[in-house]
Design a protein around this ligand. Sequence first.
Ligand code: NCD
Length: 304
Amino acid sequence: MKHLIDIKDLSVQEIEELIKVAKDIMQNPEKYSEKCKHKKLATLFFEPSTRTRLSFESAMIELGGNVIGFSSASSSSTAKGESVSDTIRTVGCYSDIIAMRHPKEGAPLVASIKSTVPIINAGDGGHNHPTQTLTDLLTISCEKKRLDNLTIGLCGDLKFGRTVHSLITAMSRYKNIKFILISPEELKIPEYIKEEILEKNNIEYVETNDLEKYMNELDILYMTRVQKERFFNEEDYLRLKDYYILNKNKLETAKEDLCIMHPLPRVNEIATEVDDDPRACYFKQVRYGKYIRMALILKLLEIK
Ligand code: NCD
């Protein structure tokens, strides 16, 4: 049985196949509308979510399947003190596949050890978010028509931003990728990502706190929210939350075909005036998320 806990659980070739299936679903949705008939997806969200949970649920519904689940720890037996393992063993009796989000790093991995059905990590603390990365890869593939030869700026909370960690891990497997890591000193990318991913794979990267300095070089600008819920101290959050605000002015030197991405939710880090810029891809990205999750559900349930 296969789970998706870390983006590295999928080979580059498997990702390529998922992207191919997702593109086919976009072209021919009717072909897939009964593929998951009589199958159930459980979404266990111990942390808030709009896009990830609802895109999983609509993905399963569009495959003809059904959905059960909860959207907060307080509405589940976790509030009574039940362990993640026991919750998973229980839900495995009611469903064929589980998408799970949890504030603790590693919780989906622990869950997968005891699970009788495939587990998908839908975000674990400040660690990983592999299905957002699949969404991002489909977005890049559709918008840039390639996954190699890219200069990617990642801006904002690179310390706690799990989408950034998974995206760097995934992109480091493609040729000629360069990262511009843009963050305040306090929110720099964790050392383990630098050592185990970037340096180990000889990936070129620059760390800077200046959003405009490298703007003209970027093929992709991936903006992120400062992760309020992971701060120990409110004062630090308030000081850092509006450190970067992307607006039209700051895009003056950017390439014509820059692709501006954001996993969303946005707080203040992209001014709404940017939304009408043809380079703004973040709402398209939301749409791609549903299709790649449809492809992933099919793969993990071994449905052709
Ligand atoms: C992200 C997450 O939950 O990590 N959102 C998402 O899943 N699209 C990003 C965030 O919350 O900032």
